[in-house]
Design a protein around this ligand. Structure first.
Ligand SMILES: [Zn+2]
Length: 84
């Protein structure tokens, strides 16, 4: 049996400022709203509430965002992401 490292994998860090204490996972999402009709002037009336069904882990263009320096960067290759 191979010896395993007991070190925890490192958190990704912002490539610009180096911090890794406050990172955000961001992605491009499609927002779906119900079209409820057309008013008397021809304006399309759309429900203000989103239609959501749980969450979708297959959103487009996932990446990390550093709010400290307003930088977006790729999730390091090989990193597995789990939503909880
Ligand atoms: Zn940063």
């Amino acid at each position: 049996m191979a010896a395993r490292s007991k070190r925890r994998p490192a958190m990704p860090a912002c490539p610009k400022c180096g911090q890794n204490k406050d990172l955000r996972h961001i992605e491009d999402c499609v927002v779906e709203r119900r079209v409820t009709g057309v008013d008397e002037t021809g304006v399309l009336v759309v429900d203000g509430f989103y239609i959501t069904e749980g969450w979708d882990e297959a959103s487009d263009n996932p990446r990390l965002y550093c709010p400290e320096c307003d930088t977006q960067f790729a999730i390091p290759e090989g990193t597995e992401v789990e939503f909880t």
